[in-house]
Design a protein around this ligand. Structure first.
Ligand SMILES: Cc1cc2nc3c(=O)[nH]c(=O)nc-3n(C[C@H](O)[C@H](O)[C@H](O)COP(=O)(O)O)c2cc1C
Length: 171
């Protein structure tokens, strides 16, 4: 249990990457973790686009002000969800994304969740760039690389956010 918790706390948003590759095998491991996520009615409404092409990554880096990491990461995994398949696509695809981020931490890779949903203009840009069909929504981008910054594991436990039996009760 403590090893699992250590791993969860080790996951941090890593935005600086070394000039070193991420292998196809590592990408597959990340996607296996993502697709092991819980899913409402087990519909698994997700799809993923693995982007390695430098020009496409540079375009993704310009999608918004906080997506610049996509240019330097050797691979960007784009997480898509199909709302026609499930009302819970956001939750399912978010769980998949967290699994992917945890797996990256476990492989000593650096990664970060870059928001696309619910920003319609950003989504339109990604859709056009990656030729994503209309039935899919774009949840987020996950640039992945060999980390070139270190961040300490941490919890940000706040007792004030925990209520016992009824809201506002602390005893
Ligand atoms: C829904 C969501 C959207 C996020 N979008 C971005 C983003 O666009 N760019 C970015 O650099 N980080 C983004 N992050 C990462 C957060 O900034 C980060 O998780 C937070 O600062 C806590 O740091 P930690 O992940 O190292 O614990 C996002 C995280 C979530 C959950």
């Amino acid at each position: 249990m403590s090893e699992t918790l250590d791993w969860i706390l080790k996951r941090r948003s890593i935005r600086v990457y070394a000039d070193a590759p991420v292998t196809d095998e590592q990408v597959e491991t990340l996607l296996r973790a993502a697709m092991a996520a819980p899913s409402a009615n087990d519909v698994r409404p997700w799809a993923f686009v693995v982007v390695r092409d430098a020009e496409r990554r540079e375009a993704l880096a310009k999608i918004h002000q906080w997506s610049h990491m996509c240019a330097k990461a050797p691979v960007v995994i784009v997480v898509l969800g199909n709302p026609e398949a499930s009302l819970h696509w956001v939750e399912d695809c978010s769980a998949a994304t967290e699994n992917l981020l945890l797996a990256a931490a476990g492989l000593n890779l650096g990664a970060v969740w870059v928001a696309i949903y619910p920003h319609a203009d950003c989504e339109a840009g990604v859709r056009q760039l990656l030729e994503i069909p209309e039935r899919f929504r774009v949840l987020c981008l996950v640039p992945v690389g060999q980390p070139a910054e270190t961040k300490s594991p941490r919890t940000r436990y706040e007792a004030s956010k925990v209520h016992v039996e009824t809201f506002g009760n602390r005893d």
